[in-house]
Design a protein around this ligand. Structure first.
Ligand code: BES
Ligand code: MN
Ligand code: MN
Length: 465
């Protein structure tokens, strides 16, 4: 009989209702106004973990938003799986582009999700995905218990760079000790093409400020004689790429690990439909570094993108002004073996060098994060492979992804444990965008697959010793 199927079937509606309840809490970590909502979301996870049978459940304070911890240790000699996820979400703006309010979840059918998807901020990233573990854990506990030890660590600052999680891990090394970290915060290729994420990009995020004159000026009286920081900034940004869309920062690519033709060919086997990609985004042509495919551009190649740019007059009508300042937020996605700290320094030096003497430039680094690759020749990975194969009826393919979960590299450094990235979302789920959604198929498939992971992992570890 399929593992836990009757229990999952019997409790389907409740599993959904509970998720909708936590999706109604606007746990936006970036906005201090939502501090109480962050506490509410943490409390929700704490209570549900206790109800499911976890022990030593606590809301652990950090320098920022708290971490929810819980565990079920059945035998110290058995392997331990640490489940990581985040209960914080990205700000929902721009609100006017949502078809339904971001914190009032509704279920709607889409072409990709014919059985329905939950529309709400955080549905896929990551409340929906981390809640699958709480329900899978409950199902295991109600049906004979867990086959190995389990620990939960659900944080509230992933979307703002996990700023306090490094210190939290360093002060709780024993508490968090584990054999593997299991994370569902990534995607699969398609609902009928399961995949396991084997690499994530790193991140170096900076803010730049360009200052011209000491005050805004009349653009007729001074225009043409004094540097316009917006014009200058636009030129400096343009200079960061060459004609082949390569980043021009000297030494930027020095540490990029060369991937052999053979490896690229292997990676290229993952299905990718360029025409469907363009149609879904309503673009006539893709755009990126010459010599690489779209899949490669978003996985094995580093990038530099302006995320926001502002300055001068942006209100109603026209104001003739030569602004004093211009700003931009710029992110660089990094690949092995680039280091965020080194890239911050290279960026700053180069950006300063691009500035004409008529302006002053300030570069402020925001959060960073190291890229990560996960091994595929371990029992930890094999368990995910077997679990997905059991529930999807198809072997999952390994796939590197473009997003970042900086804590993955940090876990390895501080805890000495590797992660397995067994996500269940889709790239088309509109993460960080208006109308984020998570398929009901994906939510239930995750809850179904997780107990298999524990079963196979325990068995693989047993046969290894
Ligand atoms: N879950 C995402 C990362 C992700 C999404 C990985 C899709 C792979 C596929 C995570 O919540 C996220 O958004 N991370 C941020 C980085 C963070 C430092 C703000 C990102 O990638 O921008
Ligand atoms: Mn996430
Ligand atoms: Mn995110």
């Amino acid at each position: 009989m399929e593992l836990l199927k009757p229990y999952l079937e019997a409790n389907k509606q409740r599993f959904l209702d509970e998720l909708l309840e936590v999706l109604r809490i606007p746990s936006v970590s970036a906005n201090p106004h939502h501090k109480a909502d962050m506490e509410r979301a943490a409390t929700f996870f704490k209570e549900k973990l206790i109800a499911a049978g976890a022990e030593n459940v606590e809301i652990c304070p950090t320098g920022g938003h708290p971490v929810v911890y819980g565990e079920k240790i059945i035998d110290k000699k058995l392997p331990t799986v640490l489940v990581y996820g985040h209960y914080d979400v990205q700000p929902p703006d721009p609100l006017e582009l949502w078809e339904s309010p971001p914190f009032e979840p509704v279920i709607k059918k889409t072409a990709i999700h014919p059985e329905g998807a939950i529309f709400a901020r955080g549905s896929a990233d990551d409340k929906g995905q981390v809640y699958m573990y709480v329900k899978a854990f409950e199902a295991m506990m109600q049906n004979g218990g867990v086959p190995c030890n389990i620990k939960f660590m659900i944080e509230g600052e992933e979307e703002i760079g996990s700023v306090h999680l490094g210190d939290f891990c360093k002060s709780n090394v024993d508490k968090l000790a584990c054999d593997v970290i299991l994370i569902s915060d990534t995607s699969i290729v398609a609902n009928d093409v399961p995949s396991i994420t084997t690499g994530l990009r790193g991140l170096a995020y900076v803010e730049v400020e360009v200052t011209g004159a000491n005050r805004d000026l009349h653009s007729g009286v001074y225009g043409g004689a004094v540097a316009n920081p917006i014009n200058v900034l636009a030129q400096m940004i343009a200079d960061l790429h060459d004609k082949k869309r390569k980043i021009t920062i000297p030494h930027f690519y020095d540490d990029v690990k060369v991937i052999s033709k053979k490896e690229r060919k292997e990676m290229g086997k993952a299905p990718f439909d360029l025409a469907a990609y363009k149609t879904a985004l309503d673009i006539d042509k893709v755009h990126g570094e010459k010599g690489y495919t779209t899949s490669e551009r978003v996985s094995i190649r580093p990038t530099l993108d302006v995320n926001g740019i502002w300055g001068g007059y942006t209100g109603e009508g026209a104001k003739t002004v030569l602004p004093s300042k211009a700003y931009a937020k710029i992110s660089m996605r990094l690949v092995p073996n680039q280091s965020d700290e080194k890239i911050f320094k290279l960026f700053e030096a180069h950006f300063q060098s691009l500035a004409p003497a008529s302006v002053k430039v300030k570069v402020t680094p925001h959060h960073g994060g190291m890229p990560a690759v996960t091994p595929t020749d371990t029992p930890e990975y094999a368990a995910a492979h077997q679990a997905m194969e059991a529930t999807f009826g198809k072997a999952p393919i390994p796939k590197r992804e473009g997003g970042s979960i900086p804590i993955v590299a940090l876990f390895e450094k501080v805890l000495g444990s590797k992660s397995v990235l067994m996500g269940f979302g889709l790239d088309s789920d509109a993460l960080h965008s208006p109308n984020e959604h998570y398929g009901l198929f994906n939510y239930y498939k995750g809850i179904e697959t997780i107990p298999y992971y524990f079963k196979y992992y325990a068995a693989l570890k047993k046969s290894n010793t």
